[in-house]
Design a protein around this ligand. Sequence first.
Ligand SMILES: C[S@@+](CC[C@H](N)C(=O)[O-])C[C@H]1O[C@@H](n2cnc3c(N)ncnc32)[C@H](O)[C@@H]1O
Length: 259
Amino acid sequence: MIYLIYFLLLLNILILAAYNKKKLKKYFYKSEIIEKDIIDLHPIFKLRKISKNLKGPTRKSIVRNFCISAGNNITGMTSNYESWIISVLSTISKNIFEFGTCSGKTSYLMALNSDKDSKIYTITLKPQDIDNYKKKIGDSDIAQKNIINESIYDKFLFTDEPEEKKIKVIFMDSLLFNEKEFHNEVDLIFIDGGHTFSVVKNDSEKAFKMVKSKGVILWHDYNLGKKSSKDVVKYLNLISKDKKIFKVKNTSFCFYQES
Ligand SMILES: C[S@@+](CC[C@H](N)C(=O)[O-])C[C@H]1O[C@@H](n2cnc3c(N)ncnc32)[C@H](O)[C@@H]1O
């Protein structure tokens, strides 16, 4: 009888833990990076006071967007709030660079919301090349597996759409990418390629050289306690000791703004 009580108690704890996974994670994993509201990144995110208990967007932060239902099984997507942030930043960016294209959701949003003469570059692995893509020493196994699982597209959500002409897809391993022609040229950089330590480090070091004065670097997937984000968290925690990197509240984004 006593064993049954212990068993039920344990079962209860496990069920409660599963239901409150997010809350528990917040308790166990504390961000080493200071959190800021998105308004601290740019005044364009400032909300309009409508009434005592209601705030809403200004005309400047109303953007073009689309949704794809979960049933379509598209991998590697940003949340609605994150997509909005990127879309708004795109409205004030001329030169944009994305590490990691996947379905092209974010590059499409960047193209939909930026000026007609803006340019979006996005780098990604070709599905055909993925067999030769080897894990580097010290890299997370899950992140490596995700690189393989997410490198499945050679046509994108923007393919054959008018915005396609603003987007240049670079099919290449970012570890081999020579970023020199982009030095001090890019207004907005989104780092969302391979989530292994070696790739995040490579993409970030290149991004720091590419970003222009007042330009912004955004990293996706600073997810505390999530196994597939382990290397992203490790790298960002490490460099945030020397660089002014902040986490955006209610997102998995971190940002850096060049002075
Ligand atoms: C998480 S998905 C990107 C999602 C996309 N940014 C979005 O918001 O829709 C990761 C992408 O990074 C690419 N990738 C991973 N490792 C890479 C590498 N070493 N070089 C270039 N692209 C890489 C994958 O091919 C995949 O397209």
